[in-house]
Design a protein around this ligand. Structure first.
Ligand SMILES: N[C@@H](CCC(=O)N[C@@H](CS)C(=O)NCC(=O)O)C(=O)O
Length: 149
């Protein structure tokens, strides 16, 4: 594994929020991969974070050190203090809730909560399987056949 890369935003963001230690958030990242979504989310939050860059081509994510973080051997994973969260959508929801100052969370009780959850789950549960299914060569001309919808 390569060493962590310090975010350029550390100083500015810690002045803004004043609550997160520089080493408090660590994203286990690979490019290109779904961890880019979490990287984007962290930038939107404007909080300081560090990145542990994994190289999928050399199977960093299958090494014992990373399997101790995510036994599924997949990226992304996020460490926040003592908490480890995996699954891209779960990480984004977790971060939105953990940093309410960024106003990216739609809390329980809001009339927008249902729509928020719908789109949060739509990507991993409906869109991604369909895209992967097609990318793996499964093609159908039946427009009414929507196995993941
Ligand atoms: N359901 C997981 C999927 C994670 C996933 O499949 N990540 C890919 C990169 S986008 C990965 O780690 N691939 C490496 C491998 O499977 O060996 C999520 O949404 O985070």
């Amino acid at each position: 594994m390569s060493s962590a890369i310090q975010s350029d935003l550390d100083v500015e963001a810690s002045q803004k929020t004043g609550r997160v230690d520089m080493s408090d958030l660590l994203l286990y990242h690979a490019v290109p991969s779904r961890s880019m979504i979490v990287h984007w989310m962290l930038e939107e939050l404007g909080v300081p974070y560090e990145i542990e860059l994994l190289h999928l081509e050399t199977e960093d994510h299958k090494q014992e050190q990373y399997l101790a973080v995510n036994p599924m051997g997949k990226v992304p994973a996020l460490r926040h203090g003592d908490v480890v969260v995996t699954e891209t959508a779960a990480i984004c929801a977790y971060l939105a809730e953990a940093f309410p100052e960024a106003e990216l969370d739609i809390a329980p009780g809001s009339p927008l909560r249902g729509e928020y959850l719908r789109w949060l789950f739509f990507a991993p549960v409906t869109a991604e399987p369909a895209i992967l299914w097609q990318a793996l060569g499964n093609v159908t001309t039946d427009v009414d056949y929507l196995p993941f919808a």
